[in-house]
Design a binder for this molecule. Structure first.
Ligand code: CA
Length: 225
């Protein structure tokens, strides 16, 4: 069951929301002060937080900022005034959405579902990119889609170097330095030939994996996950 933290000091609003959410099979923990909300987030891990902005101790904005210091959990604001909406939009608080009071509980439920769905998709994408290529350094083994790759020593060191810093462009010289014991004996062409064979081996497992190694013309190579 998905647990939602609700920080709202107006009991009638809270009651309506709790009823709507529980009807939809969410489990709701309700607190009335920002401090209680912060404590709860630190000790438990709710899947989502709904924060009122005008709270008795400190504001929902401050609460959001403090939660963001240690957690990425999705946050939905309940705003009462236009000025608050401007703040939600203007400050980069890391909130995922907001709903303006007065609101229909149905709207909130729909927004919460949408936020949770987005979160699930991005988690699946994370999983995919780490599954695509996984480096087990202690075993000097790189897997592609869960299957260990059968690499020569040079191919392994090349791919490990690229994987160590995804997005960084390595020049051919840098790759030679990292992957050859005696870089002087190899030539730039050697790198190109090994990259070609690496791509071919990756392609046997996944076209996406082969495309992670990108050529930067006149510069070198980079791995993009
Ligand atoms: Ca309030």
């Amino acid at each position: 069951m998905t647990t939602i933290l609700l920080v709202e000091d107006e009991i009638t609003i809270a009651d309506t929301l709790i009823y709507a959410l529980e009807t939809e099979n969410f489990s709701v923990t309700h607190v009335t002060t920002a401090q209680q909300g912060l404590d709860y987030c630190k000790s438990q891990s709710p899947q989502l937080a709904v924060l009122d902005i005008g709270l008795p101790d400190f504001t929902g904005f401050d609460l959001c900022r403090r939660i963001r210091e240690f957690s990425d959990l999705p946050i939905l604001f309940l705003t009462a005034r236009d000025s608050e909406i401007d703040q939600v939009l203007g400050l980069e608080l890391g909130a995922d959405d907001y709903v303006t009071k007065p609101f229909s509980p149905r709207t909130i439920v729909a927004r919460i579902r949408a936020i949770l769905r987005r979160g699930q998709t991005s988690q699946q994408n994370d999983l995919l990119s780490t599954d695509l290529l996984h480096h087990q350094e202690d075993q000097m083994c790189i897997s592609c889609c869960g299957q260990p790759l059968n690499l020569t020593a040079h191919e392994y060191k090349l791919l490990a170097t690229l994987l160590s810093q995804p997005g960084r462009v390595f020049t051919r010289d840098q790759l030679l330095e990292n992957a050859w014991d005696d870089p002087g004996s190899a030539m730039d062409r050697t790198i190109d030939a090994h990259i070609k064979s690496l791509r071919a081996k990756l392609r046997q497992h996944s076209e996406d994996a082969a495309e992670t190694i990108q050529t930067r013309r006149g510069l070198g190579y980079t791995l993009v996950l």
